[in-house]
Design a protein around this ligand. Structure first.
Ligand code: SAH
Ligand code: AVI
Length: 329
């Protein structure tokens, strides 16, 4: 009897108590810090992932369309340059733009496997199911993991390996987190592997703030969704209506910051942590940074981790960059 390998597999590499332990630790340290902060990875439960997809279609949120423009033009060149046998993707979400790479790598005849990695099982499940339907010859090996905690890529995956990190999710990490991320990535790369990195570029702050404070209020809902996640997972009593969405440009750090502003004095209970957190009226809690990049400094920070930028492409309006980097010799 011939048994066939399923073409779509979903491997959950997060420990069973990950949500309980890691979210608890982040909430305990973030809500007792001054100022209060929460890491952005907790936005992405099923609802958060769906809201992010809505954000990508907003008229004000240009990064997705700008990166799509670059990929539309450059995917065949990327396929020819890398001749990738496996395409890994970190923080893959819906894998929508990735289809341009899959089309080009399939046409080049080199690709045998697509391996998306994300913290969101629902995003991986939906993307994987649609991809095996639309790409009849493709194997999709998805992994639920946190790329900040574990970046091991299976060494037996057919090479060369192309690691895509799109959407400027790199900008959601601060310089220290980025340095540590690049170092782990460099350790896992072989000489003939390559990194394809999408990075949003510094530009007029008004354009940036509009992209993170849209008129339909979708980004506000996305931002407040982190409170629903904490309420559900840690039995907390955050009232999302008691907070306002704030997006501001931090010129010094060259980043957009999303905050939640407490609309009044309030006390929030987090029973799972035996914690009661006081908010003053107008107090800001930072929920995300989104750093914006320049060619020189991004090239320099990658070089410091042993990654050489070989190609740099932008959309015609130079809003967004896609770069191809290889391990330095
Ligand atoms: N790459 C897609 C999605 C970007 S949204 C695009 O360009 O449109 C950011 C994605 O990264 C989400 O799917 C989120 O679940 C995932 N993500 C965020 N932090 C993560 C982490 N620490 N580890 C793994 N995935 C993460
Ligand atoms: C996923 N990440 C790159 C998005 C960004 O632009 O920083 C998340 C986002 N936050 C608000 N809008 C979109």
């Amino acid at each position: 009897m011939i048994t066939q390998r399923p073409r779509f597999t979903l491997d959950d590499r997060l420990p069973a108590d990950h949500l309980a332990k890691a979210l608890r630790a982040d909430v305990a340290s973030g809500l007792t810090a001054e100022p209060k902060t929460l890491p952005p990875k907790w936005f992405y439960d099923a609802r958060g992932s769906e809201l992010f997809e809505q954000i990508t279609r907003l008229p004000e949120y240009y990064p997705t369309r700008a990166e799509q423009e670059i990929l539309t033009r450059r995917a065949p060149e990327i396929a020819a340059l890398t001749r990738a046998g496996t395409l890994f993707e970190l923080g893959s979400g819906s894998s929508t733009k990735t289809r341009l790479l899959l089309d080009a790598l399939t046409a080049a005849g080199t690709l045998s496997c697509y391996a998306p990695l994300d913290v969101s099982p629902s995003a991986l499940e939906q993307a994987g199911t649609a991809l095996v339907r639309d790409y009849p010859g493709l194997r999709v090996a998805a992994t639920v993991t946190d790329f900040e905690a574990d970046l091991t890529l299976p060494p037996d995956a057919p090479g060369p390996r192309l690691i895509a990190f799109l959407g400027s999710t790199i900008g959601n990490l601060d310089p220290e987190q980025r340095a540590s991320f690049y170092r782990s990535l460099r350790r896992t790369l072989s000489a003939d592997d390559a990194l394809l990195l999408g990075a949003d570029l510094a530009k007029d702050p008004e354009v940036l703030v509009r992209a993170y404070d849209d008129s339909a209020g979708v980004t506000a809902e996305f931002n407040k969704n982190v409170l629903n996640v904490i309420d559900r997972e840690l039995d907390a009593d955050f009232d999302p209506e008691a907070f306002a969405h704030v997006a501001l440009w931090n010129e010094q750090e060259q980043r957009i910051e999303m905050h939640l502003r407490s609309l009044r004095a309030q006390s929030v209970k987090v029973p799972a942590l035996d914690l009661s957190v006081d908010f003053a009226p107008d107090e800001l809690m930072r929920t995300e940074i989104s750093c914006k990049f320049r060619r020189d400094s991004l090239t320099t920070e990658l070089a410091a981790a042993g990654l050489t930028v070989r190609h740099w492409w932008t959309d015609p309006a130079a809003r967004f960059a896609l770069l191809l980097a290889v391990p330095s010799r």
